[in-house]
Each structure stands twice: as C-alpha cells, then as structure tokens.
Write a protein that binds this ligand. Structure first.
Ligand SMILES: Cc1cc2nc3c(=O)[nH]c(=O)nc-3n(C[C@H](O)[C@H](O)[C@H](O)COP(=O)(O)OP(=O)(O)OC[C@H]3O[C@@H](n4cnc5c(N)ncnc54)[C@H](O)[C@@H]3O)c2cc1C
Length: 530
C-alpha cells in the first residue's frame, strides 16, 4: 500500500517538495506514495527568495524542466556570480564570488600565487573569466548552439511567486492533490505522531508522513511538536529586510546584469537582483543598529532619485535552524526548518537538499528512527556549513565607519568553528584537504553519539561540497586575507599578479561568442524591450 504524504504549506518549499517527492518516489512503475498539499488562502507566501545557486539545476533536471521554459515562466535571468561591494573598506571596492573557475592541474597553486603577488588584480579575476563577463553584462549562453569550449557555470534569478506557481502546476499535472484551505488544528496519535490536520473548511486530512512547509510560523514542527530552534543571531546580526522592487517602467538601467550585487550599507547590505521586468532590491539589516525610517531612507538613496515613490515592504526573519528537522512523523522543510540570511542565496538550496535527502531516506518500512537520525545529521551539517561561510563575509571586514561594522568583527561574533578555520589558514593557504575532514586544531569537538542532532558543540563537517575551497578562496582573498602578514614576512616588493593564460584566451574570444544578457533574454525567452 502506498504511503500518504501531506505537505502543509504552498510556498516555494512546499511545492518543491511536492513536485520532487512525486517525481522521485513514484518514478518507477509502482506508485509508492500519494502526495497531497494543503495551502492556506489566507496566509500569503513570503514572496522573497529570488536568487539561486547552481544546485537549482539539479531540481530542474530531476523534474525534466526545460531551462528556457523555466526562464519564460518565472521571469528568469542568468546568475553567474555574486559581486560584493563595499564589504572591505567602504571605498567603492568590490570582489566576485563566481560560480565557475579554472582549476589548474596537476597542482592548483593559484591561491598561493596570488598571496605571494602584489594583489594588483583581484584573486577571482586571475582564475575565472566570469568576473569580467559579468562586468560586460554578457549571457553565459549563446543565442545559437554552444561552441565556446567548457560550459560556464550559472544559476538563475527568478520571480519567487511565479516559481511556486510553476512548480504547483507541474506537481498537480503529475498527480499531487491540492487542497486550498486553512489548517486550524492538529490531531495526534498516542505515540506522539501526528494523525491528521483539521481545516477551516471542515476537512480532516490524514497521512503517514507530514511535511511542515508553513514558513516561519512552523505550525507542525514547533507549535505542535515543540521542537526547539537553535538560534544563530549571535553570529548573524541581521533580522529584517526592507524589500523595494524597481520596475523597469520606472527605471531601466540599459542592461540586465548576469549576477547578483550585494552592497554593504551602514547596518547590513542591499541585494540587487535583476529579473525580466524589474530589479528586486532589498536592504537586509539589523533592527538593533538602524530604525525602519533610516533603513528606508538609506535604501532609497542607494537606488537614486527615481526610488522616491517606490513601494517598500518590511520582512522580519530569524536566523537559525530546528534542533531536529525530522521529529516523529513530521519533517520541516523550508523556513520552518531553518533559515540563514540570504547573503549567499542558500534558502531554496536548503529546501531542495531536504527534499532530496528525504526521498533518499524515505521510511518505506516501519520504524524511521535511524533514517530521521541520519537526515537530521546531514541537514544540521549543511546549516552549520552555511553559517560559517556567511559569518566569514562579515568578520573579515576592515570597516569601522558604523557601530554595525565595528560589532561584526568582534571575536564574540565569530563562531568557534570559523575562528578555528581562520586560525588554521593563517598557517597555510586554504586547500582541498581542509574539506576532506574538518577537525582542525582548536575546533569544538563533542561526542556525536547522542540520538539528537548536534548543537554548536559537535565536531563540524563541511564535506557537503557546498562551499568548498574555491568559495572560501573567493571570499577570503576578496577580503584581502593576510595582507599585512604577507607584507611583513615577504616584503612589499612582490611580483605583479598574473591572470592565468586560459582565462586571458577565454576573455579574448568571448566578445565574438557571448551576447549581451538582455539581448539573449529578448531573443530566447521573450523579455520585453525597455
Ligand atoms: C528576506 C529574505 C530574502 C530571501 N532571499 C532568498 C534568496 O535570494 N534565495 C533563496 O534561495 N532564498 C531566499 N530566501 C529564503 C526563501 O524565501 C525561502 O526559502 C522560500 O521562499 C521558502 O519559503 P517557505 O515555502 O518555507 O515559506 P512561505 O513562502 O512563507 O510559505 C508558507 C506557506 O504556508 C502556508 N500556511 C501558513 N499557515 C497555514 C495554515 N494554517 N494552513 C495552511 N497553510 C498555511 C502559506 O499559505 C504558505 O503557502 C529569503 C528569505 C528571506 C526572509
């Protein structure tokens, strides 16, 4: 008999779970699960979450979604990188965390070479063509068939609401049952499992497995099962975002950037995400360091005079994760399971990962304790991995111009694992071995045999290949890591920084091959001309 899965919540995470579980678990000839989704007509989706990382390509492939069709349906644009502006000194400087880079063989000593140079060219530009391609605003795809050597790695920007609608359509077409009704109550079995949810419309929906996708309200995992939240706000200070879409009718800059810009402001940072009809702009900030009115003034000033009349909306969020995302017969996916601020666009990735992990650990046979244990371990590892990486963007700053930037570099704002990593990388450049096993000197270590997922004291494992050596190099060297130490040790007369030959060749050939991003969007996915 097939197992019944009820997903409560119809935001991006709810529909991603519905579509993926249906495809992954009912892929063969046997119907192993029946998937239903309950979505409230009264509670809107959060409506943010518009930048992705390349893992999005996995879900598109798994659901057999054509890339261009996806872009047409979601106002999609390409994303090749994130550009971080003013994070180091607030003097207009910037660096790229690009998705693709060249890896020289047999020895990749590009990081060491850069450290031992005069740093006259930013690290990422020496090893990846993408920073320049981004500055030129070209697409990472050709209008015709691709004949430009190795593919460029990219993700997408997209309209979050359209993405959820599109997934809903796909899921429904594949057999997911959709209820539009508001959950009002939960019935429990004696053993502590959820038995059914009750709705305003008078329905009683039973299932074997419940997936909590109710966003920050976490109606099942927290309100019903009372699973604690592990708070990360000591290390990530931002707790609000002021969202301000900029329609192209109001202001079209004359191009569509193929990358996200993240500009550090006085008490946080602004995202700048180009879609086909607007740019999504939002100021992620800490309510302790700036008032709502000041934040609004600052984001309008960032955008320029045309922003005076634009609407804004405040989104409150909390950073952290569920101690265990899978408890009894309930699995929290999406914001109910955890959220780290959107600096590296990891929200949708974590929902995608949870769905993939759940399908791999699906409880087809009776007791699910062992499966839940592994699922919780894997998910908490990824949350910690993201925490360390985002924490690092802040703490390496040299900015001292506002109380917020003074605060984020204090040692108590750097979590112990990250502090141990940074300390280790003071004795050797970051390398692949550091990600094979991450018990580095001075790191917190705890017995991992407890039945719960692990708090901040357990030994960390960054082996998920999410933020690897290349990502760490991009940010560490983008933030001018160890500049003074190298100068002191090796002098200031270091050789000029060189760009790898393969990158120069690729950049020389690119103008004949890669079209402007906006032109590609107009020709290939029907973007309107502005
Ligand atoms: C400021 C900010 C910026 C972000 N930017 C990014 C980004 O750039 N990239 C990225 O990957 N992620 C980003 N995220 C994360 C991303 O928005 C979320 O991961 C994603 O939208 C998933 O949300 P969700 O589906 O979990 O919750 P929601 O969208 O909040 O959906 C909750 C659902 O639960 C339903 N519901 C609630 N109560 C009931 C009830 N009683 N009965 C029935 N249904 C109910 C609602 O109707 C809704 O359908 C960002 C998040 C924030 C806060």
């Amino acid at each position: 008999m097939s197992k019944r899965i009820l997903i409560v919540g119809g935001g991006s995470s709810g529909w991603m779970s519905a579509a993926y579980l249906e495809a992954a678990l009912n892929g063969g000839n046997t119907k192993r699960v029946e998937v239903s989704l309950l979505e409230s007509p009264d509670v809107p989706r959060i409506g943010v979450g518009e930048a992705t990382i390349p893992s999005i390509n996995h879900i598109l492939a798994a659901l057999k979604i054509d890339e261009r069709e996806f872009m047409r349906r979601t106002e999609g644009t390409f994303k090749q990188a994130i550009k971080f502006v003013n994070w180091l000194d607030n003097k207009g400087e910037g660096y790229y965390h690009a998705f693709g880079r060249y890896t020289p063989t047999p020895v990749d000593d590009s990081g060491e070479r850069w450290l031992m140079s005069d740093r006259s060219i930013p690290f990422m530009e020496t090893i990846s063509a993408q920073p320049r391609l981004c500055e030129w605003n070209v697409a990472p795809q050709m209008i015709g068939a691709w004949d430009f050597g190795p593919k460029l790695t990219y993700a997408f920007h997209m309209n979050a609401l359209s993405f959820a609608d599109y997934l809903a359509e796909i899921a429904a077409a594949r057999g997911v049952t959709h209820y539009v009704d508001h959950m009002t109550d939960v019935e429990m079995h004696e053993n502590g499992d959820i038995a059914a949810v009750l709705t305003k419309g008078g329905k009683r929906l039973e299932a074997d497995l419940f997936i909590d996708c109710t966003g920050f309200s976490a109606l099942l995992i927290e309100k019903q099962l009372q699973e604690p939240w592990v708070d990360f706000s000591k290390w990530l200070l931002c707790d609000r975002a002021l969202v301000m879409p900029v329609p192209y009718e109001t202001h079209y800059p004359g191009f569509v950037r193929p990358y996200t810009v993240s500009t550090a402001l006085s008490a946080g940072w602004a995202w700048d995400i180009p879609l086909q009809s607007r740019r999504g702009v939002g100021y992620v900030h800490s309510s302790e360091f700036i008032s709502e009115e000041q934040a609004e003034r600052e984001i309008r000033a960032y955008e320029g005079p045309h922003a005076e009349k634009l609407d804004t909306r405040m989104v409150h969020f909390k950073v952290g994760m569920r101690e265990r995302c899978w408890v009894k017969n309930c699995v929290a996916i999406g914001l109910s399971g955890g959220f780290l601020e959107p600096l590296e666009s990891t929200g949708l990735y974590l929902s995608d990962l949870a769905t993939v992990m759940l399908s791999e650990h699906f409880p087809h046979f009776g007791n699910s304790d062992a499966l839940a244990f592994r699922f919780n371990r894997l998910m908490s590892n990824r949350f910690y991995e993201v925490l360390d990486f985002i924490n690092m963007h802040y703490c390496l700053t040299r900015r001292n111009d506002t109380p917020f930037w003074q605060e984020v570099q204090k040692s108590e704002r750097i979590n112990d694992r990250l502090a141990a990593k940074l300390e280790f990388w003071r004795s050797k450049p970051v390398g692949h071995a550091d990600f094979e096993d991450q018990l580095l000197p001075n790191q917190p270590y705890a017995d991992t045999s407890s039945s719960k997922a692990f708090g901040d004291t357990r030994s960390p494992i960054d082996t998920g290949k999410l933020f690897t050596r290349s990502s760490y190099e991009a940010v560490l060297y983008g933030m001018d890591f160890m500049r003074d130490e190298y100068r002191e040790r090796f002098g200031t007369d270091l050789p000029q920084t060189g760009i790898h030959r393969r990158i120069v060749e690729r950049l020389n050939a690119a103008p004949q091959k890669l079209p402007p991003h906006d032109l590609w969007l107009q020709r290939c996915v029907g973007m309107q001309k502005y």
